[in-house]
Design a protein around this ligand. Structure first.
Ligand code: NDP
Length: 477
């Protein structure tokens, strides 16, 4: 047995992860259900490092040094369960099985509990960065036992992306499902980030009257400042691109229907179960859904409303600056919501997730990598029990400075009939948290009226009910 680590499932992700391990000096045992893939990998990339190709699960396990570490990179869902079962039967107590697929954290919790019975450490890990990240350095979010991280951590730290300060973009997130939970919320935040950028683009196009290539320039400029991030950078690239066939801007020939694979939806579903408000992420998921309803959109096209009038000139330039403020403020709000969800999940499942560290390992390799994440790490370092990122002094000050422009952008979007659900919802969330009184008092009154659901009072403890159908006196329950 000579391999330090094994990888089973050698489609794009598994193949690239295996190569990444090998390029970093680890001997890697290879296995795939269809053996041809294993041979292809060795033929094409065998020169990159030490690979041990194997033809069966048994052979693969025999090739691994103890404690054995095996990464499973197969299709999420049932295939993952099948493969885990097959390998678990061949492993021994103390061995480590890693699922790097996009599993739901509840599945990871279930699998971890089942494998723990056999003394096998199960590590559900989020891996972000797609194909390229897997090869060149992803952001890795492992869950599982402390002991599993002791053995596996040093390998992951070698293959992970590096943050600008050189730190590896991986850390132990917490027990069982913690890693996949963090990865899920990462994707939810990614949805929100993308939606906000899309709204900024739409407003620059329709209200400021800029062409895609001009908007690309704006994004390039923004990428030099506090919005510096991978998504802003690639937005400029996409907007610069011209369709070879028609000579038109690429963004004008792509069908305007956004698809999704489900992790954004999981983030929202889980938030609903946890009772955590994540309206920004929900708006992003729903915006994709609205875009996909072609029939509904076609049937609604004649509905009344203003068409946007392009500003042009100095007014366009001033509006562009306002949109930057709105985008930044809304971005702070979506991260606030995402981190609230991680904190709530961590509390419910006893994961003890270090929120500042989550932000730190997202600085490289993953889709939402951004200069901004350093600020989040600092905010949690300064105040570990921070109830909400919005209450961090630095963020609060920036939002205070941005809010006039943010409000103006949301108002303009509304009066000009340009949908901006992300910007508007972020502002409503901010104003809701700021409000001295919310109309929830009236909601409670209605609930008490029709369903005797009772209410609390502002001036004394206890639970009350008004006899609405009778003499409207108040009873204490
Ligand atoms: P796929 O999700 O397309 O899965 C293909 C791999 O799964 C092949 O190796 C295939 O083997 C194997 N497989 C499928 N069914 C079975 C089965 N019943 N038994 C054994 N093996 C099976 O591959 P990807 O590389 O795209 O993704 C791997 C995992 O990584 C997935 O869970 C995915 O969600 C996750 N992921 C993907 C990312 C991406 O950008 N693609 C990013 C991050 C995570 P065979 O060759 O024999 O068909």
């Amino acid at each position: 047995a000579s391999a330090r680590i094994g990888v089973t499932g050698l489609a794009v992700m598994g193949r690239n992860l295996a190569r990444n391990f090998a390029r970093n000096g680890f001997t890697v045992a290879l296995h795939n259900r269809t053996e041809a893939r294993t041979r292809e990998l060795v033929d094409a990339f065998g020169h990159e490092g030490d690979f041990v190709p194997t033809g069966s699960a048994r052979e693969c396990v025999a090739a691994l040094r103890r404690p054995r570490c095996l990464v499973v990179m197969v299709k999420a869902g049932e295939p993952t369960d099948d493969v885990l079962q097959e390998f678990a039967a061949l492993l021994e107590p103390g061995d480590i099985l890693v699922d790097g697929g996009n599993a739901h954290f509840e599945d990871t919790r279930r699998r971890e509990a089942a494998l723990r019975e056999h003394g096998i450490h199960f590590v559900g890990t989020g891996i972000s960065g797609g194909e390229e990240g897997a090869l060149l350095g992803p952001s890795i979010m492992p869950g599982g036992s402390d002991a599993s991280y002791e053995a596996l951590g040093p390998l992951l730290e070698r293959i992970a992306a590096r943050a600008p300060d050189g730190a590896p973009c991986t850390a132990h997130m917490g027990p069982d499902g913690a890693g996949h939970f963090v990865k899920m919320v990462h994707n939810g935040i990614e949805y929100a980030d993308m939606q906000l950028i899309a709204e900024a683009y739409d407003l620059l196009r329709k209200v400021a009257g800029l062409a895609p290539a001009e908007i690309a320039e704006v994004f390039r400029r923004w990428n030099q400042g506090r919005l510096d991030s991978y998504l802003i950078e690639i937005t400029a690239q996409v907007l610069t691109h011209t369709d070879a066939e028609t000579g038109r801007p690429f963004v004008d020939v792509v069908a305007d229907r956004a698809e999704q694979k489900g992790t954004g939806r999981w983030t929202v579903q889980t938030a609903l179960d946890l009772g955590v408000p994540v309206p920004g992420i929900a708006e992003a998921v729903f915006a994709r859904s609205v875009s996909g309803h072609a029939d509904l959109r076609a049937a609604s096209r004649h509905l009344a409303g203003p068409g946007a009038r392009a500003l042009g000139g100095d007014a366009a330039a001033a509006f562009t600056d306002r949109v930057e403020q709105a985008l930044y403020a809304s971005k702070i709000v979506s991260y606030t919501q995402g981190f609230h969800e991680i904190a709530a999940g961590s509390g419910k499942y006893g994961w003890n997730i270090d929120l500042g560290r989550v932000a730190a390992i997202w600085r490289g390799g993953c889709i939402i990598r951004a200069a901004f994440l350093d600020r989040i790490t600092r905010a949690y370092a300064a105040q570990p029990g921070l109830p909400s990122l919005l209450t961090d002094k630095g963020f609060a000050t920036e939002i205070a400075a941005a809010q006039d422009d943010w409000r103006a952008v949301v108002a303009t979007a509304a009066t000009q009939g340009v949908p901006a659900p992300g910007f508007a919802s972020a502002l409503a969330y901010y104003d809701s948290l700021r409000a001295e009184r919310l109309p929830a008092a009236l909601t409670q009154g209605q609930r008490d009226y029709f369903g005797a659901h009772t209410y609390r009072r502002t001036d004394r403890d206890g639970v009350f009910h008004t006899l609405w159908a009778g003499d409207r006196t108040e009873a204490e329950g």
